[in-house]
Write a protein that binds this ligand. Structure first.
Ligand SMILES: Nc1nc2c(ncn2[C@@H]2O[C@H](COP(=O)(O)OP(=O)(O)OP(=O)(O)O)[C@@H](O)[C@H]2O)c(=O)[nH]1
Ligand SMILES: [Mg+2]
Length: 192
């Protein structure tokens, strides 16, 4: 975190989560300028069947919300690029751990990442139950149950939709700042 004389605080937020959870989509959606992405053709037979492109190094986007300037980074979800995870997690102020709500078989990967990232930090975090627009999405309560032993607020999300992705980001920012103003905004859209 850094603060300027104008009262603007800068924070780094890291979006982690399993392969295909929607991290790159999320960062592209929330970024006010063009997001940076490092997608390349997906190799590894099993993953290549799921989608054509995958993040190979990182995602990066920026957005200002009120007096908070957020730099939002995304990890590559594939284990084979996990050498980037420690680099990207340096000086992270808050985490968003994402799952694809329609693919419970991969939730364990996100849980393992959570344990790995959080073992080295006290940074706050939220769990993002993404792709809730899909008919095959599991109810958010199921995501909540799955992560219940680790705690953390679970936010239903459609990363493709700006309002929805922004709400997830605002919840993460609230966990970080404790701002009553942010809480008022959040209460209009979800139960807290
Ligand atoms: N229906 C639906 N599809 C989504 C949503 N978010 C992402 N997707 C789709 O899910 C797929 C994976 O999205 P990505 O953003 O590439 O996922 P990722 O987590 O960055 O994946 P890796 O970088 O490979 O780990 C893409 O086809 C997206 O269009 C969503 O909210 N709803
Ligand atoms: Mg990606």
């Amino acid at each position: 975190m850094s603060s300027s004389k104008t009262g603007v605080s800068s924070y780094k937020i890291l979006v982690a989560g399993h392969f295909n959870a929607g991290k790159t989509t999320f960062i592209k959606t929330i970024s006010s300028g063009k997001a940076l992405s490092t997608e390349k053709k997906t190799y590894a037979t099993e993953e290549a069947l799921v989608k054509d492109l995958t993040t190979t190094a990182m995602d990066y986007g920026r957005i200002k919300i009120g007096k908070w300037e957020l730099s939002v980074y995304g990890i590559p979800g594939q284990e084979r690029f996990s050498f980037m995870w420690d680099v990207l997690s340096k000086r992270t102020d808050a985490y968003i751990f994402m799952v694809d709500s329609s693919d419970p078989s991969r939730w364990e990967e996100t849980l393992k990442q959570m344990d790995r990232f959080l073992s080295k930090t006290e940074a706050p975090y939220v769990i993002c139950a993404n792709k809730t627009d899909l008919p095959s999405a599991r109810p958010v309560e199921e995501v909540r149950d799955f992560f219940s032993q680790r705690g953390g607020r679970v936010v239903p999300c459609v990363a493709k939709q700006r309002d929805s992705a922004l709400l997830t980001l605002v919840v993460a920012l609230y966990e970080l700042t404790g701002s009553e103003k942010l809480l008022e905004v959040i209460k209009k859209f979800m139960e807290v």
